[in-house]
Design a protein around this ligand. Sequence first.
Ligand code: GRF
Length: 203
Amino acid sequence: MATAVLVSGTGTILESVLEATTVGVVVADRACRAIEVAQAAGVATLLVDRRDHGGFGPGFDRQAYTDALSDALADRSVDLVCMAGFGTVLAPTFFERFGGRVLNTHPSLLPRYPGWRAVADALGDGATETGCTVHVATAALDDGPILCQEAVEVRADDDEATLHERIKAVERRLYPATIVAVRAALDAGEEATAVAAAPVARR
Ligand code: GRF
């Protein structure tokens, strides 16, 4: 069985995952640097393009997109799906099909600051601390069982870019370690959530 990583952006989290574990396929929803990262690493890539399913506007057919992505992953015997900066919200059927085996990394200490603007929201809120969360993804956005979290200090002179980069530096350590632990749990016949009971190593 194989691990898939879903990407949409620059792929710096992906780079850290590829250094830590074997990835069967990297799937993007749009042309992005992350696909080039995967190709350069010799990993199979697949573009399930939103533009083939209505693009980014109100015409986007979320269910058709989700079906196409689900079928592509099933065809490749994927049993663990890791979202790493993936910019498409998938239909609930995805989480039924890959139930309990979809992971996400999010740049806040969930349940605080869910959504796409997590870093800006923490800054706007005057938070002195935020962080990152690795969790099992469910149909509800940025929800689901938390596997591990780590706090990151917000500095007085931070802007969104500097704060996000410091959070991502932690994500690049925490997410690969968690994926390795989840892969081992699944291979041992356990659930991904077994990892929450045995926290991944911290530096
Ligand atoms: C990460 O902060 C991740 O938590 C968020 O998107 C970012 C991806 O970063 N969902 P990159 O594209 O891998 O650099």
